[in-house]
Design a protein around this ligand. Structure first.
Ligand SMILES: C[S@@+](CC[C@H](N)C(=O)[O-])C[C@H]1O[C@@H](n2cnc3c(N)ncnc32)[C@H](O)[C@@H]1O
Length: 302
């Protein structure tokens, strides 16, 4: 973490990887975000699961191992577990404490299910335990987390998933669609300031993990839609000229200098189908809401 954070803060422009949002407080704040009026993503995606769950389960068939990338609180998977009745579930998450706790809870609630938690960074190749070798592997990547990758990283990630699930394996993936800019920008600039607290928390996380001394009131949250890139970009903007110590290194922040913390790419249907095809997947089904704000795709490994 120290190496990666120092490299990002030493770059021009500065950046911090979004995976460092998720300490215990970051995970709790993200849960709060998903309940906000402005944050239509979770609500819309959950609505699609509620409406089309049987259809999705039917498409996945039997003898399945579900592999969830970034399992978090495993909330969405519970619905799938009930409908699909897979043989095994492999939650993959970078936040180990959260991962183990949720794996324990799931095992208690679904005693017949084999749960194999894997603590790993899913932006690198993920090794799945050999116990699931005979099963049809189905990746699960909800929440538009694919949007946190640039299109090039997304292609790399999907290619890795395609390798993991194999030919005939599948990926069920939630994708946020392009739409009116005000709806997109409001979702990342909520009136209660929860997204701002979530963004700033990355500095508190770095303070506690890397003996850093960021003053949180020295930065402010910014989220804008970049139409050229097709993504919401989040930044922390330095409110003054300041020096901060991070893991024994002094970093300088000029007044108004921005630290890029997250991208959330939005996709048209055709753009996403093409991205998936480039990674060796065919879009076998799509479920979307009336306004086509959010889509869940079932991708099949070629
Ligand atoms: C936004 S939550 C999503 C939780 C759940 N899948 C859902 O949609 O409700 C993102 C989760 O992904 C995990 N995560 C983020 N970046 C990761 C990475 N590079 N590797 C593994 N896990 C990651 C975080 O720890 C967090 O639990």
């Amino acid at each position: 973490m120290a190496e990666e954070v120092l490299q990002g803060l030493g770059s021009e422009p500065k950046f911090i990887s979004p995976k460092y949002f998720y300490d215990a407080r970051g995970s709790a704040l993200f849960e709060e975000i998903t309940e906000l009026d402005e944050y239509y993503l979770t609500r819309t995606e959950m609505g699609l699961f509620d409406t089309y769950l049987d259809d999705m389960a039917g498409s996945l068939g039997e003898g399945v191992c579900l592999i969830e990338y970034g399992s978090g609180n495993s909330r969405k998977i519970r619905k799938l577990l009930e409908a699909v009745s897979p043989e095994a579930y492999v939650p993959v998450d970078i936040s180990n404490e959260h991962l183990q706790e949720n794996a324990r809870e799931l095992h208690a609630d679904f005693p017949a299910l084999h749960v194999y938690p894997v603590c790993a960074d899913f932006s690198l190749p993920v090794t799945v335990p050999p116990e699931v070798d005979e099963l049809t592997r189905v990746g699960f990547f909800p929440g538009s987390s694919i949007g946190n990758f640039t299109p090039l990283e997304a292609r790399r990630f999907l290619t890795g998933v395609r390798e993991t699930v194999g030919s005939g394996g599948a990926l069920l993936i939630g994708v946020d669609r392009k739409k009116v800019v005000s709806v997109l920008e409001d979702a990342y600039n909520d009136a209660l300031g929860v997204t701002a607290a979530f963004n700033l928390n990355v500095l508190a996380h770095i303070n506690s993990r890397l003996q850093a001394d960021f003053e949180l009131d020295g930065f402010r949250h910014l989220a804008r839609y970049n139409a050229e890139e097709g993504c919401i970009q989040m930044f922390l903007e330095s409110q003054r000229d300041q020096d901060v110590n991070v893991a024994g290194v002094t970093m300088h922040f000029a007044a108004n200098e921005r630290v890029h913390t997250e991208n959330s790419y939005k996709y048209d249907r055709a753009e996403f189908v093409e991205l998936a095809a480039g990674a060796g997947f065919t879009a076998e089904a799509e479920w979307t809401d009336e306004q086509e704000w959010f889509s869940i795709f079932l991708l099949r490994g070629n």
